[in-house]
Design a protein around this ligand. Sequence first.
Ligand code: HEM
Length: 195
Amino acid sequence: MTITEAHPSLSSRLKHETAAQHERMHGLMDAAKPFASREGYARFVAAQYLFQRDIEHLFADPAVRAAVPDIDGRGRAAASQADLADLSWSVPEGDIASRGVAMPEALGWLYVSEGSTLGAAFLFKAAKEELGLSAEFGARNLAAYPEGRAIAWRNFVAALDSDAVPAHTHDAVIAGANAAYDRFGQLLADMFETA
Ligand code: HEM
């Protein structure tokens, strides 16, 4: 613990230094009420689809692949697209926002996407209970990875906190996480026209 306090790990810095952004997402989700109707939920999935496309765009970068060896099992763009089809909602178009994003900022983008799979446990429950959706219909994008949320997250945190991500790059990773939160916030605002 003393060591953590003296030299906070990257995962700890990300959690604490982007906490206000996470709180902001809660506010946006509360305002959007995505579980009030299937139409509202489809708007959320459309935002998720565009965000996941931004995330998966980063997977091709060899430096990202080196930093996160199990990257190929991550990402939920295809799941989001299938959910949109289930919901009879058109797949949104738009530019990829992560073009030009590279390591170390890319790791911050991945942090936001991977971390969101933890909160997604609550969203998944709401999608099932309030909208009658499931991991096979409409709520694939919120389902856990096959290995389970906790293990996938633990492996990602190990990649964040590995010596392969040197301390002098940590500020840039946090900047990347802030940019990714900004992107998701903007997508929610666009989809729900609440900006
Ligand atoms: C109403 C919507 C949301 C709820 C209820 C929620 C809830 C949660 C909860 C409970 C955790 C902690 C889980 C744990 O420690 O086991 C968490 C973590 C996280 N969530 Fe959310 N979340 C929401 C939306 C989002 C969104 C929209 C994003 C990003 C696009 C996001 C990104 C994250 C990240 C990055 C973490 C990891 C924090 C860390 O430990 O470093 N969340 N969320």
